[in-house]
Structures are given as C-alpha cells and as structure tokens.
Design a protein around this ligand. Structure first.
Ligand code: FES
Length: 253
C-alpha cells in the first residue's frame, strides 16, 4: 500500500559539502516503510521540479518522520536543498518498492558506498547488531559511520586511497571480515561495480547476498518501464521500482 502525503519539511541541512539530509513529516509512509523502499518526492511550488526517488534512510512510526539523504548533483537537488524547515512542504509518494531487504535472525554484514549507505542506515536499526562496511574513495567519504554507530556491532572502513581504514575496494575486505565475524548474509547498496564484486565475494563464501539496484526511475510504480534491466543470470526482465530495488544478487549478476 502506498500513500501520497503533503509533508512538512522538518529538517534539511548539509551533512558534508555534497550530501544533505532531509526529514519530513509523512506519518502514513513512516508507519509502513520497510528497509530498501524509497519515496518519490516532489518539491511543490518549485520551478521544473520532477518527482525524484530517494531511498528511505529512516522512518519513525512514533514521530511520523521520514528521512532521506541526497547528493547535490544539479538543479533538482539544488532546489531540494533550498527547502526551508518549518515553512516548505513536499509531496511524498511512498513507500515504494516491492523488493526489500530481508529482516531475519542471524548476523548481517551491510556494505555500502556513497549515498547508497542511506537505505542501509534504515536497515541497520531493524537488525540485531549488524557488522557494517563503509567504502569510500577517500577519508572524507567515510563520515557515514556516525549514522551507524548506535546500531552496529562493528564498523569497518575501506578507502581506495588508504587515507582511512583498510586500503582498497570494498570487495577486497570482505574475505577478511568474514574471517573475523560469523556472518550469515550480506546486503549491499552502492555503485554497480561494488555490488557486483561484493556479490561475487559472497557467492565464493557461500553466503546469500542482497543488492539494491540503482536505475533512473520516472514513475516509481511499474508503469513507465524506464527502469527495467535484464538479469545477467536468468535473462528475465525486472523492473527496479516494482520488483526491486532490492534483489537476491543471484537474480541480477
Ligand atoms: Fe517506471 Fe520503474 S520507474 S516502471
């Protein structure tokens, strides 16, 4: 079930130079959202603003608040950054997405890079002390750990340039993390290359892995077919918005 809510902006501020965090009051969405789902947001009254999908970073049924994190990339997100807390409203359509992260007993390893870490925050707080791997190109991209510390048992960091944590790509650190922790399953959200390589590392270790696919989504509800992709394994066509965004990695890579 999805809702269309006229939501007050409660907070909207930068976390870093390029990553912003927006909190809005969308109680129906907040009460029913599951980790991995997204909202389609329209900044009402702003010029040429299209509805855009954002992964849900937090949803609190008690306060009715929904949080998203976004990267400032162009006009649309610049308009979003101009929204004033306590004054502006946005139209929130959600929660969207048929494929969500599994919430099961056992130990999960969450692996994310960039703004892909946002939906993993929501997931982390629904799980029992997950292990988290935050991957960035450089130290300044690893600020995300502050959002995970209260939920995670352990946080690993990798950077491509070695300026923080373990040097190298996320997937290269996975075997070591699997050796140091008893991990039952892996969830990944980030650039496709990261998801592909982490999924391969999971498969090599015989551990189930879920990935959250990124595609430009126009309608968000399975109608425009703009987000379809062909599975690399079974050749079927899937819609990221309706069948996903979360898939078992074996359906995708
Ligand atoms: Fe339209 Fe997925 S975004 S079908």
């Amino acid at each position: 079930k999805k809702f269309l809510e006229d939501a007050a902006v409660v907070a909207n501020a930068p976390v870093t130079d390029t990553i912003w965090r927006l909190v809005c009051k969308a109680p129906q969405t907040a009460a029913s959202a599951l980790p991995g789902q997204f909202v389609n947001v329209l900044a009402t009254g702003r010029r040429a603003f299209l509805r855009r999908p954002f992964g849900i970073a937090a949803a609190d049924a008690g306060t009715g608040e929904v949080t998203v994190m976004y990267r400032l990339v162009g006009r649309g997100t610049a308009d979003m950054a101009a929204l004033r807390p306590g004054q502006d409203r946005i139209s929130v359509e959600g929660p969207l997405g048929g494929g969500t992260f599994s919430i099961k007993p056992g130990k999960a390893l969450l692996v994310g890079g960039g703004v892909g870490l946002a939906p993993l925050i929501f997931l982390a707080y629904k799980l029992d002390n997950p292990v988290v791997l935050i991957a960035g190109r450089t130290a300044s991209e690893t600020f995300w750990n502050e959002f995970f510390t209260a939920a995670a048992e352990k946080i690993y960091i990798t950077t491509d340039d070695g300026s923080a944590g373990i040097r190298g790509f996320a997937a290269a650190a996975v075997p070591r993390i699997l050796k140091e922790n008893r991990i039952d399953r892996i969830a990944v959200c980030g650039p496709t290359a990261m998801m592909r390589t982490v999924a391969a590392a999971a498969a090599a270790a015989g551990i189930p892995c879920e990935v959250s696919m990124e595609k430009r989504m126009a309608c968000g509800i399975g109608a425009c077919l703009g987000c379809t992709f062909e599975s690399g394994t079974d050749g079927k066509r899937y819609k990221v918005c309706a069948d996903g965004p979360v898939f078992d990695s074996r359906e995708v890579f």
